[in-house]
Design a protein around this ligand. Structure first.
Ligand SMILES: Cc1cc2nc3c(=O)[nH]c(=O)nc-3n(C[C@H](O)[C@H](O)[C@H](O)COP(=O)(O)OP(=O)(O)OC[C@H]3O[C@@H](n4cnc5c(N)ncnc54)[C@H](O)[C@@H]3O)c2cc1C
Length: 339
């Protein structure tokens, strides 16, 4: 195990892999991945490493996706941006803004690559990736074919897509096409954006506000290793919500359709008294309970032990089971956090 992954994951976990290839063209990405799949060599497709927890050294090949390229097309009503998987997401948001193509500004400063964005349908400040997804191009490993999926075929949901379900470990996303309306509409109905007037606000102002709030709220992975929110916000039935609301008047929840509520996982963790709690160098962030951080020399196993402790403590108090958001990587591939 010779190649260090420490600089390639935002938690800064000190693990290694057997081999690493960095691909800079789509053809190379396709050829390499087909080869590795046929050799039945464990393979990990890596973007920015901002949604991964390595619990062990990886006994296979890490394929670092560094493909670049953005092509803009348009019709009367829309811009269509076809973006290579290795492009940095935040750079894409800035690129669009500088060309007066609006819509992505609420998702500014989400770390990672464009190719990873559809996997968990990234989202922030009231907007999710699927709002703009026109088409995904991916290599299907078991057939060796390039496939195109439209938005519906991706089965997007909150932090979910077909790429985490039926196509888990079978799809290498090569290219993403976004569809952005020329008639821009501001989305300001979420938390810290609510003070902005949707009738007069500009996309640049939303971008600046999102960047400011994120920089003041979330620890910078370069200074304190983390993967952003470690848990999804749990969605519960209205009955569960009402029971909890009777017991905890300050419970934070957002209606999801008629009969479900999304609870704020950070609030549950904080109320369970876990802010700042640590196991070794893995800790619940002092200011932002939804974020688990590496205080220096945490191992991935400690991060997972801490996550399991948080899940159990919150369950004991509220009867609600939290689910981790990042993918957990063992020596030969993705594992369940309980393994
Ligand atoms: C400080 C911080 C803040 C964050 N804030 C948010 C937020 O607001 N909203 C949000 O949704 N997420 C957030 N995240 C999580 C993370 O940024 C996203 O999940 C992002 O999309 C991960 O991109 P990546 O390139 O780093 O993926 P990686 O971590 O490299 O990979 C994640 C998973 O996707 C797979 N993968 C990556 N690229 C491809 C590809 N081309 N084809 C197939 N599979 C692939 C990997 O194998 C892995 O399973 C945050 C993370 C951090 C560190």
């Amino acid at each position: 195990m010779s190649i260090s992954l420490t600089a390639l994951n935002t938690l800064g976990l000190n693990q290694h892999c057997a081999s690493l290839v960095e691909v800079t063209s789509k053809n190379e990405l396709i050829t390499r991945c087909i080869e590795l799949y046929q050799q039945q060599n464990p393979m990990l497709i890596l973007g920015g490493g901002s949604n991964l927890v390595f619990t062990d050294d990886f006994q296979g090949t890490v394929v670092k996706v560094s493909t670049t390229g953005i092509v803009i097309d348009q019709d009367d009503d829309f811009y269509y941006l076809t973006v290579q998987a290795g492009e940095n997401w935040h750079h894409l948001v800035e690129y669009c803004l500088s060309r007066e193509i609006y819509g992505l500004e609420n998702m500014a400063l989400i770390p990672g690559t464009v190719g990873a964005a559809p996997i968990q349908n990234i989202g922030a400040y009231g907007v999710e990736f699927n709002r703009f997804c026109h088409q995904i191009q991916f290599l299907q490993l078991d057939t060796g074919k390039l496939v195109y999926f439209d938005n519906d075929q991706c089965h997007f949901d909150y932090r979910e897509s077909i790429f985490k379900q039926q196509l888990k470990n079978l799809a290498v996303i090569t290219e993403v096409t976004l569809k952005l309306a020329k008639q821009w509409q501001a989305v300001t109905n979420y938390g810290p954006l609510q003070h902005l007037d949707p009738a007069t606000v500009t996309a640049r102002q939303i971008f600046d506000c999102v960047c400011h709030v994120r920089q003041s709220k979330l620890p910078d992975p370069k200074k304190l290793g983390n993967v952003g929110s470690f848990f999804k916000n749990p969605v519960v039935s209205i009955d569960v919500y009402n029971t909890l609301k009777t017991r905890y008047a300050a419970l934070v929840g957002y209606p999801q359709g008629d009969d479900h509520y999304k609870l704020a996982a950070g609030w549950l963790i904080e109320q369970a008294g876990l802010k700042g709690f640590n196991i070794g160098d893995a800790a619940v962030h002092q200011e932002q309970a939804l974020v688990l951080v590496n205080l220096g020399n945490a191992s991935g196993k400690e991060v997972c032990q801490l996550a399991l402790y948080v899940i159990q403590t919150v369950f004991n108090k509220f009867g609600v089971r939290l689910q981790p958001e990042p993918r957990i990587l063992g020596s030969a591939g993705e594992i369940d956090i309980n393994e």
